[in-house]
Write a protein that binds this ligand. Structure first.
Ligand code: NAD
Length: 368
């Protein structure tokens, strides 16, 4: 179980250190190699994703990634900006499936902008296809026209494109995830989101998802148009289990789902290749505004490590133990600053820093 540890910039090193503490506490035979990425790698080696870092990431079974980006690098040319590292890793590691759970622990129901009864206990998984769709089609416009044919033209377009194998493999990830979740009490339902009433790509999408479903008849499948899905996510979010969708719709819906929980510091993510190798990272960025102060919430990164155990190492039990330990700590009232309700007196809550939160999760894990 070889893990590449890429802490990155801003709060990245602080939050990744806490996730490593948790992994160490499991007493499993992990091997970890640490490398610079993003602005840190630009500073040390002149490139956000230097060859040695890419090698470490390629050789590992999984990558635990903090975050990249810092204001001091904003003026660099685009290929050298820290954010290019994450795009490069997705491309080089062929990470086509992005998994983003939106979980709202009952203890944090007040953090959501929706009514607690609508979101308390929410636990859904959004699966976004990551390497196809309109972002990778044929763009035409001022900036992307190599022959200059469109230069100055008052027209631009992007082509939305999907192939059967691309849809098949993401659908399979969704059904496999729903099956794994069903084993621990989820409904075992996949909702496929498209725009099949208008788009050819979506009609193919729907047809292929139906075909793959034939291998998973114990799971329910339904289809929603993306506009309706956007509405249902705020109206009745708990009616979803696993949602699978293309790159463009997934980009928007996964952010919408994330905000249902109201706490960006809590949301993990996984990006997987065809053989379950994965890159695991919190959904938030490098938060340069609070970096170095020891106040960042490490839970999204700790929960990303739990996803790593579940999806790359098939250690669902250990993953569940980490998730239960996080819930225990929240239940005891420990909160980093981002989770503190504003403007209310909350005497039962205790404000803690990054390392204290990590230590508390380790203690809860040991006490299980
Ligand atoms: P951000 O997610 O870093 O921060 C948004 C707000 O949330 C900030 O106020 C921050 O303090 C807070 N926040 C984020 N994570 C937190 C945590 N764990 N605990 C407590 N508070 C937290 O987004 P941004 O400010 O738009 O971007 C900052 C930098 O991060 C930029 O350079 C951006 O490009 C980069 N970024 C990187 C990734 C990535 O590495 N995958 C993703 C998004 C943004």
């Amino acid at each position: 179980m070889n893990i590449a540890i890429l802490p990155g910039d801003g709060i990245g090193p602080e939050i990744v250190a806490e996730a490593v503490k948790i992994l160490d506490a499991l007493d499993e035979p992990f091997e970890m190699d640490t490398a610079d990425v993003g602005g840190a790698a630009y500073a040390s080696q002149g490139h956000p994703l230097p060859e040695p870092t890419l090698r470490v990431a390629k050789q590992a079974d999984a990558v635990l990634f903090g975050a990249v980006g810092d204001w001091q690098y904003d003026k660099l040319p685009r290929p050298l900006r820290p954010e290019q590292a994450i795009l490069g890793l997705r491309r080089e590691l062929a990470l086509f499936a992005n998994l983003r759970p939106a979980i709202l622990y009952p203890e944090l129901a007040d953090a959501s902008s929706l009514k607690p009864e609508i979101v308390a206990g929410l636990d859904i998984l959004i699966i976004r296809e990551l390497t196809g769709d309109i972002y990778f089609g044929q763009p035409r416009g001022r900036r992307s026209s190599p022959d200059g044919a469109f230069a100055g033209a008052d027209e631009a377009f992007d082509t939305m494109r999907y192939t059967r194998p691309e849809i098949e493999r993401i659908a399979r990830v969704a059904f496999e995830a729903a099956r794994t979740r069903k084993a621990v009490g989820h409904p075992g339902k996949v909702t496929s989101v498209d725009k099949a009433n208008v788009l050819e790509t979506s009609q193919l999408w729907r047809e292929v998802v139906e075909d793959v479903h034939a291998d998973y008849t114990e799971l329910a499948l339904d289809h929603l148009y993306v506009d309706n899905a956007a509405m249902q996510l705020v109206k009745a979010p708990k009616s979803f289990d696993v949602v699978v969708t293309g790159n463009l719709f997934g980009d928007i819906l996964s952010d919408e789902a994330a905000m249902l929980t109201g706490s960006i510091g809590m949301l993990p993510s996984a990006s997987l290749d065809a053989s379950s190798k994965g890159l695991y990272e919190p959904s938030h960025g490098s938060a340069p505004d609070i970096a170095g102060r020891g106040i960042a919430n490490p839970l999204a990164t700790i929960l990303s490590a739990a996803m790593m155990l579940r999806y790359t190492f098939a250690r669902s039990e250990s993953a569940g133990r980490i998730e239960a330990a996080v819930q225990t700590v929240l239940g005891r009232g420990l909160r980093t600053a981002d989770l503190m309700p504003r403007g209310t007196q909350a005497p039962a809550l205790q404000l803690v820093g990054t390392a204290e939160m990590g230590d508390a999760v380790v203690s809860a894990l040991r006490a299980q």
